[in-house]
Design a protein around this ligand. Structure first.
Ligand code: 5GP
Ligand code: MN
Length: 340
C-alpha cells in the first residue's frame, strides 16, 4: 500500500478549481468519526470549497453541539440527496473506517462515484478501495490524523476554535481520555496545540461524558448488575442485551458507548464483549488487554475488525445463537486467554 503525503493530497485538491467535496464516515459515528469529519469540513471550507458530510446513519446526541453537526446529511433519511452529492463530488474523503461495509448501502454509491477517494484512517488492514491514502494505525485517532494533515501543510493558522473542539474531542474519546496505549507524546503535543485555540476542554468533557440521561445511567446499572457474565476459565466478561431491554430503557444511539469497558475493568479479565440485538443484526463490541487481539477475534469469527485492543463485529444469527457461538469460539483461545 502506498501512503500519500499530506502535501500530495492538498496538491490534488488544489489542482481542481472549486472542488466539490463529500466527507463520509462509519455508521453510528462516534466522537472520532464525527469530530474528524466536521473538523476537516470546517478546515476545507476555509478555502471556500463546498463540503458536505454524509453519515450513513444518525449519531449520538452527546455530539450534537459540534459546529455544523446539524448540516450532516444522514443517508438513511436522505438517500437521494446523498447519492447526488456523491455522484457530483470531485473528492470523497473517507474518515475513520477503511472497509466499505462500514458505511452500509452508501458504500455502493461511493464505489460508483468517479470522485477521487481519499482515505484518512487509523484502523488496521485497510481494504484498499481508495485512490489516495493517509493512513497510520499508530495514530491515536482519525482526529489526530486530520490535525497532522493540516499541520504538515503548514496551515495551523486556519484552525479556529470550532475545528479545534471537533479534533480535540475525537482524540480524548479514542484515547480513553489519554489513558490507552495509543496515546503518544505526539498525541499530547497535538492536544496541547488544540488547547491553545482556546477551547473549553472542561465543557467538552462535560458534554461527552457527563450529559447522560437518567435512563442511560439506569440502563448501565442494570446491564452491570443483571446482565454481566464472568467466564473465569477464559478471563472473559460478557454483557448481552436483548430487544426488550433496549426498549424498556429507551436506549438510543450512543447510549451503549463505553458499556463494554466495565467488563474489562474487573481484575484479571483480559477480554470483554458486549453483544446487542440491534434491528437487523446482532452487533458486537470487543475490548482486550495484554496479548489478546480483539481485532483478530472480530475478523476471524464475526465479520468485523478494528484495533488490537478495541474492535467490533456483527452476526446474522439470533442473539442466543450468537452468544453460544461466542462462547464456543472462546475455547479456541483458552490457552492464550490464560497466558500471563
Ligand atoms: P465500538 O465497539 O466502539 O463500536 O468499536 C470499536 C472499534 O472497532 C472501532 O474502532 C470501530 O471502528 C471498530 N468496529 C466496530 N464494529 C466494527 C465492524 O463491524 N467492522 C469493523 N471492521 N470494525 C468495527
Ligand atoms: Mn477512531
Amino acid at each position: 500500500m502506498v501512503i500519500h503525503s499530506a502535501q500530495d493530497i492538498m496538491q490534488a485538491l488544489q489542482a481542481v478549481e472549486n472542488p466539490r467535496i463529500v466527507i463520509t464516515t462509519h455508521h453510528k459515528p462516534d466522537a472520532d468519526a464525527m469530530g474528524s469529519s466536521l473538523g476537516l469540513k470546517l478546515f476545507l471550507q476555509t478555502f471556500g470549497y463546498r463540503v458536505d458530510v454524509v453519515s450513513p446513519t444518525d449519531y449520538a446526541t452527546f455530539l450534537n453541539w459540534m459546529k455544523d453537526c446539524d448540516k450532516v446529511i444522514i443517508y438513511d433519511n436522505e438517500p437521494e440527496l446523498s447519492k447526488q452529492l456523491a455522484m457530483e463530488a470531485d473528492f470523497i474523503f473517507c474518515l475513520d473506517f477503511n472497509h466499505l461495509s462500514r458505511i452500509n448501502e452508501f458504500g455502493e454509491v461511493v464505489t460508483k462515484s468517479n470522485a477521487v477517494k481519499v482515505l484518512i484512517d487509523h484502523h488496521q488492514f485497510p481494504q484498499g478501495f481508495e485512490n489516495l491514502t493517509f493512513w497510520d494505525d499508530l495514530a491515536s485517532s482519525t482526529c489526530e490524523l486530520v490535525y497532522r494533515f493540516i499541520h504538515v501543510n503548514n496551515m495551523d493558522e486556519r484552525i479556529d476554535k470550532h475545528i479545534a473542539e471537533c479534533l480535540y474531542t475525537g482524540i480524548v474519546t479514542d484515547t480513553g481520555s489519554f489513558r490507552f496505549s495509543n496515546t503518544s507524546s505526539e498525541t499530547l503535543k497535538i492536544a496541547a496545540r488544540l488547547m491553545e485555540k482556546e477551547i473549553d476542554h472542561v465543557e467538552i468533557y462535560n458534554q461527552v461524558f457527563d450529559s447522560f440521561t437518567e435512563s442511560r445511567v439506569r440502563f448501565i446499572g442494570y446491564a452491570i448488575s443483571q446482565k454481566l457474565e464472568v467466564l473465569p476459565e477464559y478471563n472473559t466478561a460478557l454483557i448481552t442485551i436483548n430487544k426488550e431491554e433496549l426498549k424498556k430503557f429507551n436506549v438510543i444511539t450512543g447510549d451503549t458507548e463505553g458499556l463494554v469497558n466495565y467488563g474489562l475493568s474487573i481484575e484479571g479479565i483480559k477480554f470483554a464483549a458486549l453483544i446487542i440485538d440491534r434491528t437487523k443484526i446482532v452487533k458486537m463490541s470487543f475490548r482486550s488487554k495484554s496479548n489478546f487481539a480483539s481485532n483478530n477475534f472480530a475478523m476471524q469469527h464475526f465479520n468485523g475488525g478494528g484495533h488490537f485492543y478495541a474492535a467490533g463485529g456483527s452476526s446474522e444469527l439470533s442473539l442466543e445463537e450468537t452468544v453460544e457461538k461466542f462462547k464456543q469460539t472462546l475455547k479456541i483461545y483458552k490457552a492464550q486467554l490464560n497466558e500471563n
